[in-house]
Design a protein around this ligand. Structure first.
Ligand SMILES: NC(=O)c1ccc[n+]([C@@H]2O[C@H](COP(=O)([O-])OP(=O)(O)OC[C@H]3O[C@@H](n4cnc5c(N)ncnc54)[C@H](O)[C@@H]3O)[C@@H](O)[C@H]2O)c1
Length: 291
């Protein structure tokens, strides 16, 4: 039997076949499957380097055609949105984005597609990064984006706060977060990273992308480590909410925190969508490893 050939795709080819909407829909589907217990769990393999690290995430996507995906990711710091739909107030209009690097741009585009935001406060220790994001994305998304140096005031005025920094100390303080706020905590995806006050995590409704990962490498880890909460206190995994097994936001006053650490099944389902669309469109270059 001939081994399957590998389809190599350039970034530009992937951008041509996978729209943001396709990606959001695919990720919603995989979280629903996870919520119904249909995605096998996986662990992260990683290695630390002096100025960063390398990790490998694996996922199995059981479909009519099963996909096995390995994601190799390097993160050297010179170098996600279903949650908002289920956990933010429907009438959210003001957001603060903390950290204005590559991830912030992806987060803002995605959140903008599910919430009718009108005003964004952009905060970064590097003020130039906040200014650049404001200039680029206000034009692209036709949104009022304003760089800010006053993070506490920006958070107090916001319905939504997205954190996507490389910080190793928390900077979102419990006292600055109003009732009803939705926080997407995206940056802390390694044990040494931290963005959210552990006292806030311990009192809010925490939703994890993966319970195991959030409690070992996410912000929740620090609240558990400080003895402020237990793993059992995490309200839900996002998949349980998307699958309808647990409720999302039910009142305007709840503070929800989505502790995102990045799960390989998201990459798996996006890669599968790219593969299928690229095959249909006849693009990419086949490569035979075993030749
Ligand atoms: N959860 C996930 O699924 C997921 C996915 C991708 C990336 N990440 C993580 O998100 C983080 C950001 O990724 P990126 O690619 O945008 O990195 P980046 O280096 O491009 O940008 C990070 C930005 O955060 C700023 N920053 C650092 N500490 C800060 C602080 N305390 N307050 C305000 N701003 C601060 C930096 O100045 C920089 O502009 C990383 O930790 C990355 O590992 C998580």
């Amino acid at each position: 039997m001939q081994p399957e050939r590998t389809l190599l795709l350039r970034r530009s080819e992937i951008e041509d076949v996978l729209s943001l909407r396709d990606c959001i829909d695919a990720v919603e589907e995989v979280f629903r499957l996870q919520g119904h217990g249909k995605i096998p769990s996986s662990e992260i393999l990683g290695v630390k380097a002096p100025n960063g690290g390398l990790h490998v995430k694996a996922a199995l996507l059981p479909r009519s055609r099963s996909y096995i995906v390995a994601k190799l990711n390097t993160n050297f710091p010179v170098n996600r949105t279903q949650s908002a739909k289920y956990l933010a107030r429907k009438n959210s209009s003001v957001a603060t984005i903390c950290g204005c690097g590559g991830q912030a741009r992806a987060q803002l585009r995605a959140i903008h597609s599910v919430l009718a935001l009108k005003k964004i406060h952009a905060f970064d220790l590097n003020e130039g990064a906040a200014k650049n994001l404001a200039v680029d994305l206000s034009r692209e998304l036709k949104l009022d984006i304003e760089p800010t140096r006053d993070l506490p005031t920006a958070i107090q005025k916001s319905d939504v706060c997205v954190t996507c920094t490389t910080s190793t100390e928390f900077f979102v303080r419990k006292e600055d977060v109003a009732s009803g706020t939705f926080i997407a905590a995206v940056g802390a995806d390694d044990a040494h990273k931290q963005e959210i006050d552990p006292a806030l995590i311990a009192t809010a409704k925490v939703v994890a992308d993966s319970l195991e990962q959030s409690c070992t490498i996410g912000d929740t880890r620090h609240a558990i480590g400080n003895g402020l909460m237990r793993k059992e206190d995490v309200y839900a995994e996002l998949g349980e909410i998307v699958a309808g097994r647990k409720s999302g936001r039910t009142t305007g006053g709840e503070i929800f925190i989505f502790d995102s650490t990045g799960v390989a099944m998201e990459d798996a389902v996006a890669a599968a969508a790219v593969y299928e669309k690229a095959r249909t469109a006849g693009i990419g270059t086949f490569f035979q490893f075993a030749a």
